[in-house]
Design a protein around this ligand. Sequence first.
Ligand SMILES: Cc1cc2nc3c(=O)[nH]c(=O)nc-3n(C[C@H](O)[C@H](O)[C@H](O)COP(=O)(O)OP(=O)(O)OC[C@H]3O[C@@H](n4cnc5c(N)ncnc54)[C@H](O)[C@@H]3O)c2cc1C
Length: 262
Amino acid sequence: MTKLRILIVGGVAGGASCAARARRLNEEAEIIIFERGPYVSFANCGLPYYMGGVIAEERKLLVSSVEVFKSRFNVEVRTEHEVIAIDRSRSEIQVKRLGTGEVYRERYDALVLAPGAVPIRPPVSGADLPGIFVIRSIPDSREIKQWIERHRAKSAVVVGAGFIGLEAAENLCRLGIKVTILEMLDQVMPPLDPEMAAFVQRHLSENGVEVHLNSKVDGFERTSDGALLVGPRPAKPTTRTSSSFVPGYAQRAILPKLPDWR
Ligand SMILES: Cc1cc2nc3c(=O)[nH]c(=O)nc-3n(C[C@H](O)[C@H](O)[C@H](O)COP(=O)(O)OP(=O)(O)OC[C@H]3O[C@@H](n4cnc5c(N)ncnc54)[C@H](O)[C@@H]3O)c2cc1C
């Protein structure tokens, strides 16, 4: 009898825990995780704290590894393999090996989609200038750390005062960087009641963080002296930062983006 083949797209929180659970339910199944990034099962939650040096070593972000998945769960993990299409009529996926560009197919009996979310870069001019970052992966936080060190960044702007934006602000402050937060709504931490958010905002001010509410970013510009100008809307003074700008960001689920090539 052929073994059940379970293919999983995405190898972080959802994909990795699904693989472990599937193994407990079926000892015989062939289980393969496809992860387009370089790591499987890492601690997203620790990324801002790695940036701020609270988590000193990058390897502490790694919850598991390809080897552990193989030896403990008999689950095969293929990192740097991106699933680019699904053929439901043939129960196959199309996979791109990112290192070589080679594309191949794999058959499945069950397919799990756990591709997470992508950070939103505001669709405004200059949003892809050097020195503007998102923080979503280990390579992202490594890049930010390196930028801060290389440019001896003294100031930073964080766009978005949600959970991740505030964690970014906290950790940039920890590095002695002057932080300005731009938030398009009229309070920090939008999920909280305004009365609760006021405590958070006071705490930010007490720690030297400048907060601009009702400030929607409408563009970025690099000046000849290397500063980055961040323009909020409505008419407010443009915020000027020495070199480093780190957007706290909203995430957009990427599930619907996976093409189905039936
Ligand atoms: C900076 C930061 C801090 C956070 N802090 C907290 C916190 O303190 N508490 C909390 O509860 N949550 C926190 N979160 C949220 C938490 O990390 C996410 O909710 C969780 O990671 C979602 O898990 P997931 O498996 O759905 O997606 P992800 O963790 O995003 O994993 C999906 C994976 O799928 C891969 N992938 C996507 N498409 C493909 C494809 N086509 N082929 C192959 N692979 C693909 C991606 O590369 C990605 O690695 C934080 C997130 C971030 C970014």
